[in-house]
Design a binder for this molecule. Sequence first.
Ligand code: PLP
Length: 379
Amino acid sequence: MRFNTKVIRAGNNPDPTSGAISVPIYQTSTYVLEEIGKLKGYDYSRSGTPTSRALEENLAALEGGKGCVTFASGLAATDALFHTLSSGDHVLACDDLYGGTRRLANNLWKNTGLEFDFIDMTDPQRIAEGIKPNTKLVFVETPSNPLLKVIDIKAACDIAHGKGIKVIVDNTFQTPCFQKPLELGADAALHSLTKSLSGHHDVIGGAVVTSDDELLEQLQFNLLSVGAPLAPMEAFLTLRGIKTLAVRMERAAENSIKIAGWLEKNEKVTRVIYPGLEGHPGYAIHKKQSTSPGAMLCFELDGGFDESVKCMNRVKIWQLAESLGGCDSLITHPASMTHVSVPPEVRAELGITDSLVRLSTGIEDADDLIEDLDQAVSE
Ligand code: PLP
C-alpha cells in the first residue's frame, strides 16, 4: 500500500462485531474474560483499547515501524521515552526544541539523576563532540520548534549508532507524510498527536513508533505501569483526522510557500524563517530528507517587539493561540507562549527573540491569510 492508501486503510478494519467502517469508540474500562486465562486480546483499558490499537497499527504503517504505543499527550510519550533510561544516563538533545520537552527534562528528569545537554545539532560534528561515555539517547527535533533549524537525521544516526546510542526524532512538525525518520535510521519517531496527525485542534495525544522490540516492550510496560493512555475518543478522532492527513498537509504547505514568498517581499518584515526558502541554512539537508518544506514558518518585523505584538493582536483570520498543525491557521508568540518556560537568557542565546512570530498555516484560502497578515502589519 502507498502512503495515500495507508492513511485510510492501515489499521482501519471493519469492526468484527458489526462491520462498522469506522473503528468504534470502545468506551470501556475493562473486558470480560471468556474463562480464567482466556482473553479476547484486552484486559484493562489502561494498556489499550481496540480503538487505540487500530490507531497504533495505522501510525506504525505510516512511519514504517514495527509497532507503536500511544499516550495521553506528546509529553507523556516523551516522558515514557525518558523513563527507559536510568539515573546517571545522559541525553544529548538539540537546543531548539519544544519548550515543554525542555521543562520536562530540566524541571523533572534532572532531579532523578538524568543528565541533559542541549546543543546546536545543525552541524553533525557537534553531535559527535557532545557525546559522553554515559550518553544513551540523542534527541532530535527537525525542523525544530520554533526556529526551524534543520538537523541531518541520517548523519545524527550514523554518529550515534557508531557508539551504540539510540536516536529519537520528534517528527511532530513534518509527520510521516513529509518525513520518515525510521527510514533515515532513527530508532523511534515521536509524535504529539495533538498537532497535524489529528489535525483539527480537538485532541491531546502522543505516540512513539519504533522497530526496536526492546524499546516497544519498555514503552508498553510504561503505559501499563505509569498509566497515561490515549482515551478511546481521542484515538477515534486521530484515526479520523489521519484519513485527510496527506490532503491537509499538502494544502497547508502550499499555503506556507505562498505566505513565505509574500513575507520575504514585504518591506516591514526583517527576517523570514522557512526551510523552503533557498536562503535557509538547512535548505539542502531538509530537501534531502523531507518531501516538503512543511507548514510552519516564523518571521520578525521591522519595529521589533511592539510591532510584532500589534500584528498578533490585529489578525482576524489567523488565531492567536498555542499549538500547530490544525486546519485553522494559528499565530503564536513563542517568547510568551510556547517557550515561556525557557529562561529568557537561554531564549536570547538561541535567537528566540521577543519579536519572533510563529505561524502554523492551516488550509484556508492562502490569499485570505496573506490579506489578513497584510492588514495586521500595515500602519
Ligand atoms: N513535540 C512538539 C514538536 C510539540 O510542538 C509539542 C507541543 O506543542 C509536543 C511535542 C508536546 O505535545 P503535547 O502538547 O501533545 O503534549
